[in-house]
Structures are given as C-alpha cells and as structure tokens.
Write a protein of this length. Structure first.
Length: 73
C-alpha cells in the first residue's frame, strides 16, 4: 500500500486523517488517526487535532498527513 504523505499545512480539517508525528530530537516518527474537533471537555470550544480517543495532539510535532486508506473508512 502506497501512502501519499503531504505537508501538514495542507491537512483538511473536516475529516479523519492519518498524521505523522515527529519525536523531538529523535529520528523516529509514529502515525495515528486524528480529526480537527472540540471533542473533549477540556477543549473549551476550541478546535484542535485530537486522536480517536479525544486526546489532544501537540501541533508542534506534526509533520505530514495522508488520507485514510479505504480499509479505515
């Protein structure tokens, strides 16, 4: 399966997407599914990138995004 990674600045904010997160100071990256939403009591009405469990993702470490493969949709 080929993944079409794109710059995080171009990520759509109205759908679930796959993101790549860089670990500060390390060459390793990891990926998770996120969406732009206010789904958490601590969000206070402010939309943020959150994973499927509602945990906020620190935008400073986001590098790339890709559409979800059909198997996840």
């Amino acid at each position: 399966m080929k993944v079409d990674w794109q710059p995080i600045e171009t990520a759509p904010k109205g759908e679930d997407i796959w993101i790549m997160i860089a670990h500060a100071g390390r060459p390793a990256h990891f990926m998770t599914i996120v969406s732009w939403r206010t789904y958490h009591p601590n969000a206070k009405g402010v939309a943020q990138w959150r994973d499927v469990s509602g945990i906020k993702i620190d935008e400073r470490h986001l590098t790339h995004w890709a559409p979800l493969p059909e198997v996840f949709v």
